[in-house]
Design a binder for this molecule. Sequence first.
Ligand SMILES: [Zn+2]
Length: 427
Amino acid sequence: MASASAQEHSEEAYTYFEEGGLGPSNWASLPIENNQCGGTMGRSGFGQSPITVAESVAATCDTGLQQYNFAPGDCTWNDLEFSISNTGVRVDPIGSCSFGQMNIPQSPNKFNALQFHVHTFSEHQILGQGEQGFFPAELHVVHQEETGESFAVFGTVISVGEQAHPMFEYFLQGWEAVAQQVENECVAESPILDYSTSVVENFQCPPIGSRTIFEGTAPAFPTDSRPNVYGLPTNPNFGTFTYKGGLTTPACTEIVNWNLLDTPMEISLQQLERLQSLILCYVSKRTNEEGALESCGFSTVASETGSTSRPPQPLLGRRVIHRCADGPDVLIEDVGVQEEFFENVEDSDNEGLESGHIALIVVGSVVVAGGILFLIYRQLVVQEESISKDQATGSQVAPIEETSMREETSMREAEDFESKSKDDPDV
Ligand SMILES: [Zn+2]
């Protein structure tokens, strides 16, 4: 079923596996509107994400949490939409309820929670912690500034602890109910089943329809408490690492005030395995043109090792500030990308290449046009010479037709050259 797999992959906008050319090392050249994955060369002042947090930063408190304020939203559990796609799991509030609002040190404005999602393996690397700074997962609560200008992420790496996470358990059940519903439909309507993808082999995903993901019809959500994204951290005395960065998925827009917790959120091993199964063994339904279910298949953009995380990006002079509960009450601003990091880079960025490319086409066209003019000139001289010779000898003027034919051929060759150089980036 390799062809089905390839077909499926070609529909993706981006992937975390490199095969097929849509992987992280190629994101900068993906045909996505306003693609900033290659960096904006300091023009945004923000920079790319994720990043590596140095051990020295994690070991020192630069300031306190005085400028933070977290206000839980009024959405109930039933106001949430649980969704799974080939990129992972996500929760969105339905309608106009609030999913939470926070004040952060980076702006005087409030930021409203829009959604949260989870990456398998952490995107951020915190040196001195985890496995070489990495963790099994990372959760991002995406916020938008009330003025609409910038975004903020309240994010945390996830590690395995002794206890199950009580609130995360409800989120897991919400996604599991959705996954079960899809597999039930796949069993009931017996479409073609597609088991391809190397991730499925590596993670031994059970055959579609063979497992019980969720018992019952809907999760028994608590009625006496609301979902609170700021209640997710396991350590209530958490601190944050803040820096100016971007979205970690294409178009990698440099617009995010990052607030990454300095201690991992803990879930049980059983909860982590359920989370990985939801993301890596996700089954999608595919319908035909009439809308009828045609096939069900595993579908993920994860890498062969099960990663849906972008590797850390260069800091380029940005300062990462460690803000802790017991830190000193001093104002420190996040420092963005520094201009000196781009002095020698400007020439080699994409725009530089593009203008170089255009220059090559212009020079090439001028050379070809010059050549044609020279040929025409030479032919005219030859003709004149032969005409004067013919006049002298009294013979007929024959070579004119031949000359104009040769001229046309040269013009066509010149056009071919020009159109070829526009289409082929290697020229
Ligand atoms: Zn994310």
